[in-house]
Design a protein around this ligand. Structure first.
Ligand code: FMN
Length: 329
C-alpha cells in the first residue's frame, strides 16, 4: 500500500523534468514514438553511439536517431538527446560537433555502460575509475559544441565501489556539463534492486547543476520516495517506462494533484499491435516477434494479461500468428 495520498498530493516543482532512459535494443525510435505519444516525457536519450578514433558518418547517427531528420523531435514533439560513448577526446569532440550540426537538441556522454567488451575498450563505466578522464572528455565535448546545445553525462556511482562517486560527479560539473544523470548503482551492482537513492542526495547537495535521478523508479510511489530522499527535481525512467507505458503521465498527474488514470490492458495491447505494424516497415518479419516478446517480458511486471499473451507468443512461429491473436483477443 502506498503511504502517499496520490489523489490529493499537490507539489510545487516547476523544474521537474522526466527523461526516458536510453536502453540499447529496447528503447529505439519506435519505442520512443509510442511512449512519448502517451505523454509525460520532457526528453528522450538515444541508445549509445560508440565513438572510437574518428568522425562517424551522418548515417550512423541517423540510424540510432532517425528523429534527426525531424528537428531532433519524436512524432509527438519530444526532444531526443543523442548519447555517445568513448574516450578519445578529439574523436568525442569532433563527433559531438557533428551531431549538434545535424540538429540534436543535446549530447549525452555515457559513463555507465557495464559491458565487459565496452569497458575493455576503454569506454563506459571503466572511466569512472579516474575522475580526471571524465573531466577531460566532458570538457572537450563541451568546448567542441556550440554553447546553445546542452552537453550532459550519465554516470553510475562507481565501478566496484562508491569511493569516487562524488569526485566523478564534481568532475562532470566542473567540466561544464549542463546536467548530470546518476544511475544510483555501481557497475558491480549491475541492475540489482534497490538503487541507492541516498547517494543521489549527497551528489545533488554537492553540485550546482541539475542532477537527474535514475534507478528503480517503477511507480508513482517510487518517484515520490526517490525525490523525497534525493531532493532531485528531475528523474529518468528506464525499465519502469516499458513495464508501465503511462508511468511518466501518471507522475505528471501526481505532480499536479490530479487523479491518476492508468492505461488498461486493452490500450496496451493496441500499442503492442501498433508497434508490430510499425516494425513491419522497418525490419524483417522474423525479428518482429522477438521485439514483441521482449516488451511483454517487461509488461508482465504490471499486467496479468501480459503473462497469458507472452505464453501464447512464445509458442508462435510467425508474425502472422500474432496478427491473428490480436484479431481474436
Ligand atoms: C537493456 C538495457 C539497455 C541499456 N542501454 C543503455 C544505454 O545505451 N545507455 C545508457 O546510458 N544506459 C543504458 N541502460 C541503463 C538505463 O538507461 C538505466 O540507467 C538503468 O536501466 C537504470 O534505470 P531503471 O532502474 O529505471 O531501469 C540500459 C539498461 C538496460 C536494462
Amino acid at each position: 500500500m502506498s503511504g502517499y495520498n496520490l489523489r490529493f498530493a499537490k507539489r510545487n516543482c516547476p523544474d521537474m523534468k522526466i527523461y526516458l532512459a536510453p536502453m540499447e535494443g529496447v528503447v529505439d525510435f519506435h519505442m520512443r514514438n509510442i511512449l512519448t505519444a502517451v505523454g509525460g516525457y520532457d526528453y528522450c536519450v538515444t541508445e549509445f553511439v560508440r565513438v572510437v578514433d574518428r568522425l562517424l558518418p551522418s548515417r550512423v547517427f541517423k540510424r540510432i536517431c532517425p528523429e534527426l531528420e525531424h528537428g531532433g523531435l519524436t512524432a509527438s514533439g519530444t526532444p531526443v538527446i543523442v548519447q555517445i560513448l568513448g574516450s578519445d577526446i578529439n574523436a568525442m569532440a569532433d563527433n559531438a560537433r557533428h551531431i549538434a550540426k545535424l540538429g540534436a537538441p543535446g549530447i549525452d556522454i555515457n559513463f555507465g555502460c557495464p559491458s565487459k567488451c565496452v569497458n575493455k575498450n576503454d569506454g563506459g563505466a571503466i572511466l569512472l575509475k579516474n575522475p580526471h578522464r571524465l573531466y577531460d572528455i566532458v570538457r572537450a565535448v563541451r568546448e567542441g559544441v556550440a554553447e546553445a546545445v546542452p552537453v550532459s553525462a550519465k554516470i553510475r556511482l562507481g565501478f566496484d565501489d562508491t569511493d569516487l562517486a562524488l569526485e566523478n560527479a564534481l568532475a562532470v560539473a566542473e567540466a561544464g556539463a549542463s546536467f548530470i544523470t546518476v544511475h544510483a548503482r555501481t557497475r558491480k551492482d549491475g541492475y540489482k534492486a534497490p538503487a541507492r537513492w541516498e547517494w543521489l542526495a549527497r551528489i545533488n547537495q554537492a553540485l550546482d547543476i541539475p542532477v537527474v535521478a535514475n534507478g528503480d523508479i517503477n511507480s508513482v510511489e517510487d518517484y515520490q520516495r526517490c525525490i523525497d530522499i534525493s531532493a532531485c527535481e528531475q528523474i529518468m525512467i528506464g525499465r519502469g517506462a516499458i513495464a508501465r507505458p503511462d508511468l511518466a503521465r501518471q507522475i505528471v498527474s501526481h505532480q499536479h494533484g490530479l487523479e491518476i488514470s492508468e492505461l488498461d490492458w486493452a490500450e496496451v495491447k493496441e500499442m503492442l499491435a501498433g508497434m508490430a505494424i510499425e516494425l513491419q516497415d522497418h525490419i524483417k518479419d522474423r525479428y518482429i516477434l522477438p521485439r514483441i516478446k521482449q516488451w511483454l517480458v517487461h509488461l508482465k511486471r504490471q499486467y496479468d494479461e501480459a503473462h497469458r499473451c507472452f505464453e501464447s507468443v512464445r509458442l508462435m512461429r510467425s508474425y502472422a500468428e500474432f496478427e491473428q491473436l490480436l484479431k481474436n483477443s
